[in-house]
Design a protein around this ligand. Structure first.
Ligand SMILES: Cc1ncc(COP(=O)(O)O)c(C=O)c1O
Length: 423
């Protein structure tokens, strides 16, 4: 029986106000942020130092430096690994922009590798073919809360003497073979922005076990200085540096949220598992999966609409957008996260980095090919997917997951109405 979709005037499946906002704020947050406010150091203060050591302990790293963003932490990781003019760095063709622009910040050149359809992460089997004599590092992006197969990445890296940087910005708590992301490569980066599983508004963390990498990253982080901001500074710039330090208020918020992170992640996982159970028999969906070696944290629960089965191979993105419109009208807060493979983005197509073609025209640079046809899986994923974060985050529970599933099932069972959406 056909039920009118909300986009056509029917009742929405999920009443407004059902999905609670992220992150939950309680007395712990209020107490710690207020204490910082009433303290005397609002720049890099005692909460920053405590956040570094507490996060390092939580994740299992020896060393950590807190930053004002995940992007800053990534840039620091590249510099720490010695990436510079003319070097090439392997990056997945589908990720957040700064997984690749952090390479440009070093005057180095991203070399893209297509993604694997099942995991949405870099196709580890294709990495070796992208390596040249200029390759310096591989960035393993653990996308959507699912770790990359780090055995495969580390094996290639070892064969070619490459550094491995983990972009763990979306993957707090995700594991591969029981090991947490950010502990397997040479160094890693986390983000604490609004959507992240650990949210402090903005912010990030560089992590490593290697003191030399930590020292090199710290220089970039604080004006090229070698002394920590709470030490007796000599105000001398020893290297090209930025200002990537975190501040005390944000770190206090991050510390407060960190005390609740394990509980949040457990809830997130439970909700995602429930959503998968409820969606298993819904037609024309491709649901997220993970092998037994992977502890998926479902940072972003991403589904693909089977455009082949739906008969929309040739206009997949347009039809996907109609499906998302219908889902949102039902109250299911799904969205399209990245509609572009990275190599298709203008910065790479136009090669408009530092002007005058740099870094690609740098005399040290080799030739790279950003032809979009080389990344068909990233393109198909870009066109077919939708995803969600907040509905599966604490304090929302499995009841919300069930309602989201009901909204998705309603839309997919009434696909003829979606076909009629103007668009
Ligand atoms: C995969 C990935 N890498 C890097 C970043 C950058 O993090 P931030 O926004 O904190 O700079 C993000 C977050 O947006 C991300 O999702």
């Amino acid at each position: 029986m056909s039920i009118p979709l909300a986009i056509g005037g029917g009742d929405p499946t999920i009443p407004p106000g059902t999905i609670k906002p992220w992150p939950p704020i309680d007395e712990v947050d209020r107490r710690m942020v207020l204490a910082s406010l009433e303290g005397s150091n609002h720049a890099f203060g005692p909460n920053c130092e405590a956040f570094q050591s507490e996060f390092a302990a939580w994740n299992g790293n020896r060393l950590a430096i807190t930053t004002n963003s995940g992007t800053a932490a990534l840039h620091m990781a590249l510099v720490a690994c010695g990436c510079g003019a003319g070097d090439e760095v392997i990056v997945p063709a589908y990720s957040w922009s700064s997984s690749a622009t952090c390479v440009l910040h070093c005057n180095a050149i991203p070399v893209f590798v297509d993604i694997d359809w099942d995991t949405i992460n870099i196709d580890t089997a294709a990495i070796e073919a992208a390596i040249t004599e200029r390759t310096k590092a591989i960035i393993a992006v653990h996308l959507h809360g699912l770790a990359v197969d780090m055995n495969a990445v580390l094996a290639v890296a070892r064969r070619h003497n490459l550094k491995v940087i983990e972009d763990a910005c979306q993957a707090h708590g995700a594991t591969f073979k029981g090991r947490k992301v950010g502990t397997m490569g040479d160094c890693g980066a986390f983000s604490f922005n609004q959507n992240k599983s650990l949210c402090s508004g903005e912010g990030g963390m560089f992590v490593t076990d290697d003191q030399n990498l930590c020292d090199a990253a710290a220089k970039v982080w604080s004006f090229g200085e070698t002394r920590m901001p709470l030490e007796d500074r000599d105000y001398h710039t020893y290297a090209l540096g930025w200002m990537y330090r975190n501040n005390d208020l944000t770190a206090a918020f991050g510390r407060a949220q960190l005390t609740k992170l394990d509980g949040y992640l457990a809830q997130q996982k439970l909700n995602a598992v429930r959503l998968t159970e409820c969606l298993t028999d819904v037609p024309n969906l491709i649901l997220p999966t993970a092998g037994a070696q992977f502890g998926h944290m479902y940072y972003n629960y991403t589904i693909r609409f089977d455009m082949e089965a739906l008969g929309h191979i040739d206009n997949a993105a347009t039809f996907r957008d109609k499906l998302v419109k219908a889902l949102r009208a039902e109250g299911a807060a799904t969205s399209v996260w990245q509609g572009w493979p990275l190599p298709e983005m203008t910065v790479f197509q136009a090669r408009n980095g530092y002007g005058k073609g740099c870094p690609w025209s740098c005399p040290h640079a080799g030739k790279v090919d950003y032809d979009p046809k080389r990344f068909p899986v990233a393109r198909r994923h870009s066109d077919w997917h939708t995803g969600m974060t907040t509905p599966l985050r604490a304090p929302n529970g499995p009841d919300v997951a069930e309602q989201v599933a009901a909204a998705i099932a309603k839309v997919m069972d009434n696909i003829d109405q979606v076909e009629r959406i103007e668009g």
